[in-house]
Design a protein around this ligand. Structure first.
Ligand code: EPZ
Length: 420
């Protein structure tokens, strides 16, 4: 067990590099197992626990995986298992991408139901609807999703809700179906586009990812390729918010500024300065920022995955701010922890009403989930005195080297081993 110790109150200055996107990498790795010829060499892989977990899962299925610091080499040519039922599969959300990947390649899959952050009900009905439209029979037995098809045939799928997972999962299966699949009302997140680009590099024929309609013309097989994962929009957003909260000037490098527009716009509305460069954003902030209202929504809207870090910033902004969390029903678990540090936040259903306070004060708090953990790190950085954050295994699932990156910016933050 480890914890983070932060002595708050220092402004942040300097620059940091953003790593590859977690939510792209954890979909691209399952997609790579669809290659029946050649090997996939995937660069810009973030060094995080969720990647380690999906890497173990695909190895367990029979793929050969070699890891260097930032890249993965996956050979799935000898893969012949279509059943993934291990603790790792149960632990993480993205393991559900194995259903689409294995269904596409073998027309059959058995995958245990996924875990992930406790942020509300996480149904997979839209994934199932898509698989069934392609001709698969789907049942859930003994905690596993079992899918089987004589053959997959392209179909029209209209998603009832905008779902990143369902869009990617059905896209995976449809890539190796016969004929054309049209996905309507798909998610348009940058990582959806990245997975489509990766599949196209493997020989797939996917058009329209990132728009309202995705058209997939099935191909007979996929082969290995070389690919580099896009920068992490959410990691970048978290550091932008941290810079705005602590004050100072931080250049966040190796990003795609367009992916960050909704976050840049909110920080600007609050009174911070955000300068966009070709592959960097610079956030400058001094003095107290103004409170704003936020509604999370699918891309290009304000991402739910930075709502929790943003809540910390709003906790010390001037005046009242209101957050409406429209994606997840229970994504305010960080609020009780923030209150221990002096924040004034009231949660009513999916709404948080935040009355900005002058300062937060250090306390012993915990990371209740991944992004709640990032919210607590930012809280520790701005708080007066010492903050100890427990349960940081959640943070390690998605943020590479978080303490060294913040140290590089001048923060006083260190990791300590603690007794259970
Ligand atoms: C992905 O989760 C991300 N996870 C989440 O990031 C992120 O919060 C979410 O997309 C939204 O952007 C990964 O990519 C691994 P969804 P996913 O399907 O795909 C409802 C993080 O912090 N829904 O887009 O599971 C669902 O209940 C994590 O990195 C259905 O009703 O999310 C939710 O309200 C947390 N039926 C909404 O859609 C379905 O079949 C969006 O969910 C599927 C989803």
């Amino acid at each position: 067990m480890e914890k983070l110790i932060i002595n708050g109150g220092r402004p942040l200055f300097g620059d940091i590099d953003i790593n590859g996107a977690k939510n792209a990498a954890v979909a691209i790795i399952p997609a790579a197992i669809m290659a029946s010829e050649g090997i996939c060499v995937i660069d810009n892989i973030p060094d995080i626990e969720d990647v380690n977990c999906i890497e173990r899962i695909v190895e367990n299925l029979g793929c050969t995986v070699k890891r260097t610091k930032n890249s993965l080499v996956i050979d799935s040519t000898l893969l012949n298992k279509f059943s993934a039922c291990t603790e790792d599969v149960r632990k993480m959300r993205a393991s559900y991408y194995l259903i689409g990947a294995l269904l596409g390649r073998f027309k059959e899959a058995r995958v245990e139901l996924p875990g992930g952050c406790p942020i509300g009900v996480r149904p997979i009905d839209q994934h199932i609807k898509g698989f069934e439209a392609l001709g698969a029979k789907v049942k859930i037995e003994h905690g596993s999703v079992i899918v089987k098809a004589e053959k997959l045939i392209g179909a029209n799928v209209f998603f009832d809700v905008v779902s990143v997972g369902a869009t990617i999962n059905v896209m995976l299966a449809a890539t190796l179906a016969e004929g054309v699949t049209i996905l309507e009302n798909p998610a348009r997140e940058p990582h959806v586009v990245d997975v489509a680009n990766f599949l196209n590099s493997m020989g797939a024929n996917i058009k329209g990812a990132g728009t309202d309609v995705i058209r997939i013309t099935g191909v007979d097989k996929l082969k290995g390729c070389n690919y580099s994962v896009i920068p992490d929009q959410i990691e970048a957003g978290t550091y932008m918010i941290a810079a705005a909260a602590c004050g100072g000037e931080v250049a966040i490098k190796n990003v795609i500024p367009k992916h960050l527009e909704s976050i840049s716009a909110k920080l600007t509305e609050m009174g911070a300065e955000v300068i966009e460069e070709d592959d960097a954003v610079i956030v400058k902030s001094k003095g107290r920022l103004k409170g704003v209202n936020i509604k999370t929504s699918p891309y290009p809207g304000f991402p739910t995955d930075v709502q929790q870090p943003m809540c910390t910033l709003l906790a010390i902004a001037e005046g009242r701010s209101i957050i409406n969390e429209s994606i997840w029903e229970s994504r305010f678990k960080h609020v009780d922890e923030l209150k221990k540090m002096g924040a004034s936040v009231k949660v009513e259903g999916r709404t948080a009403i935040i009355d900005g306070v002058n300062k937060l004060t250090g306390a012993v708090v915990k990371a209740t989930d991944l992004r709640a953990g990032a919210a607590m790190v930012i809280a520790g950085l701005i708080a007066e005195g010492k903050t100890e954050i427990e349960n940081i295994e959640h943070i390690d699932r998605g943020y590479p080297n978080i303490e060294s990156k913040f140290k590089q910016l001048g923060a006083s933050i260190m990791r300590e081993t603690c007794e259970e």
